[in-house]
Design a protein. Structure first.
Length: 271
């Protein structure tokens, strides 16, 4: 299959229209909006909608409604825990129910005529109704170098990627933007951030971190590094990736290959 652009700019339809999906503080959303504001009419994307899977007003961790209000954006919600409770479930672990949830979300989005969905700390796994409706057009940022492989698999996937990299003895950490596919963290790599250095407490080695008695210390160090990585990785490459998609510079071919400016770039753009 020949490469196809993720988005093709069209002077008649204006900038690429984005929905930001979020479940938490929305710091990536804010950086994307700040970049849009800074570039003004020259920005090739426009955030149209804030969508969240968290409705509970008492949940102070989710700032979706506050961000949408501050930036005068449309706001939609589809509370995932409420959905699961109506199915007789107390958690959202049963992924067999998730396509029904996502199908409802797809219906809510139709009126916005979106070009792209940007996952920004969205804590629900995306399933086929969304990935098929927005094929190639859902992107995410992940706190690890997704090009690193071990035994034929990506080594640093999932929620504990930073911790896993620290325990493996990595001396540098990266963020990666990628296309979202049904297999979590396995979509095509779009861009990798500049590295941040791993800084361990004096006298502590990666081998000592693997000692079970240091579990609490490991979590603390991982959280500190993830915060640094967000500032110097996510906040840099996510707006940049969206800009480049909006300019029509990214293409995929359906076989896992990424093209940047028409050039095959197997592991995405490296900053």
């Amino acid at each position: 299959m020949p490469p196809r652009r993720i988005f093709t700019p069209n002077s008649h339809s204006g900038p690429m229209k984005i929905a930001c999906f979020m479940s938490g503080s929305g710091t990536n959303v804010i950086k994307i909006l700040e970049r849009q504001s800074m570039r003004g009419n020259r920005c090739p994307y426009r955030v149209m909608l804030i969508f969240t899977d968290v409705l509970d007003p008492s949940n102070q961790k989710c700032r979706a409604q506050a961000i949408s209000s501050t930036y005068h954006l449309q706001y939609e919600h589809n509370d995932i825990l409420d959905f699961y409770r109506r199915q007789g479930q107390q958690t959202k672990k049963d992924l067999s129910l998730r396509p029904e949830f996502d199908q409802t979300t797809v219906g809510m989005l139709e009126k916005y005529n979106l070009d792209l969905i940007a996952l920004c700390g969205y804590m629900s796994i995306v399933t086929r109704p969304l990935t098929e409706r927005y094929n190639d057009r859902i992107v995410n940022v992940h706190p690890a170098d997704l090009s690193v492989r071990e035994k034929g698999r990506r080594k640093y996937t999932g929620l504990n990627a930073v911790q896993d990299a620290l325990l493996a003895g990595e001396t540098k950490l990266y963020s990666t933007t990628h296309v979202v596919r049904e297999k979590v963290d396995y979509g095509e790599i779009l861009m990798r951030s500049p590295p941040i250095d791993v800084i361990l407490p004096e006298g502590i080695t990666a081998q000592e971190l693997r000692d079970p008695k240091n579990r609490t210390l490991v979590k603390q160090i991982a959280a500190e590094h993830q915060n640094r990585l967000k500032e110097r990785g996510d906040w840099v490459i996510y707006p940049k990736t969206l800009e480049m998609i909006g300019e029509g510079r990214y293409a995929v071919d359906g076989q896992g290959n990424v093209y940047v400016g028409g050039v095959l770039t197997p592991n995405g753009l490296r900053l």
